[in-house]
Design a protein around this ligand. Structure first.
Ligand SMILES: [Zn+2]
Length: 73
């Protein structure tokens, strides 16, 4: 059973990374926004004063965004 669980986790992480890169990330374009979020329901986006935009991860990095501390630890 333990062996089976170990096998499943890496596969899950790989597929997660692929879909994450394809779907993109969410950013707020408010003046204090410095990070990107993987979920548009993230607590960090609740206080966003503008619309929430979906961009690719590379675009978010080009804009100088860092990963959201609430989601990426
Ligand atoms: Zn976040």
């Amino acid at each position: 059973m333990i062996f089976g669980a170990r096998l499943v986790v890496p596969i899950f992480l790989i597929s997660f990374n692929v879909s994450f890169n394809t779907v993109g990330v969410f950013i707020c374009k408010g003046p204090k926004s410095m990070v990107y979020h993987k979920s548009e329901r993230c607590k960090g986006l609740l206080k966003c004063s503008t619309k929430v935009f979906r961009v690719s991860l590379s675009e978010a990095k080009r804009l100088g965004r860092r990963a959201c501390k609430l989601e990426f630890r």
